[in-house]
Design a protein around this ligand. Structure first.
Ligand code: TMP
Length: 211
């Protein structure tokens, strides 16, 4: 595939959405004209996925396995309908969450078997891995406070602190296991400093695409 899949991961309130928008603007200004950049997300990157997102984050109380399967269904649709075609066309795709979120939230957070999650991720992605994943890291207490200050919290944001601490631990293990692919970004400093950290990781990877 000609494009690049750049994934942004992190716990609640890590500032992914803001940072993705900042990277999008930065790339618009420095990408060669023949390349395009697009933003997408999981869950909810497709029309079907948007409905799955509403089911997942609304008022239902899915069992842990039902939750896992809904995230996998969202991903399977997203990969087939959106990610693979965009990457084949040479697009730089900025994706808000991907497979590591399932490992961190459903694996480390909920305690579902990691082997099972690896199998499901494989089925959903058909082997499509990110080229680079940026883990925007803030302590769970700080992230939850930020999410709370944003207003109404969704079902997963409402889970207890211990759950979110396990999720953060999950991302930490993943970063240790995959140092080439998964980069730790300290997301506590002001927005502009976090952006600088992200750009310094992205520049070498995206060099061939830049002016
Ligand atoms: P977002 O609000 O950051 O877009 O993410 C939606 C929520 O879904 C967030 O609480 C993390 C959670 N999530 C999982 O639990 N497993 C997954 O596989 C994904 C993609 C998201």
């Amino acid at each position: 595939m000609n494009g690049k899949l750049i994934v942004f991961e992190g716990g609640e309130g890590a500032g992914k959405t803001t940072q993705i928008e900042n990277v999008y603007r930065w790339l618009q200004s420095c990408l060669q004209v023949s390349y395009t950049v697009k933003i997408t997300r999981e869950p909810g990157g497709t029309a079907l996925g948007q409905e799955i997102r509403t089911l997942l984050l609304g008022n239902h109380t899915p069992s842990d396995r039902a939750e896992l399967l809904l995230y996998a269904a969202d991903r399977a649709q997203h990969v087939t309908q959106d990610l693979k075609p965009a990457l084949t066309q040479g697009c730089i795709v900025l994706c808000d969450r991907y497979t590591d979120s399932t490992i961190a939230y459903q694996g480390y957070g909920r305690g579902i078997d990691l082997q099972l999650i690896a199998q499901l991720n494989e089925i959903a992605t058909q082997g499509l891995e990110s080229d680079l994943t940026l883990w925007l890291d803030v302590p769970a207490e700080i992230g939850l406070l930020r999410a709370q200050n944003r207003g109404k919290r969704d079902r997963i944001e409402q889970a207890d602190l211990a759950f979110h601490q396990r999720v953060r631990q999950g991302f930490k293990f993943l970063a240790q296991q995959h140092p080439q692919r998964l980069h730790h970004i300290d997301a506590q400093p002001p927005e502009s400093q976090v952006h600088q950290q992200i750009c310094s990781v992205l520049k070498p990877v995206l060099q061939p695409y830049l002016k």
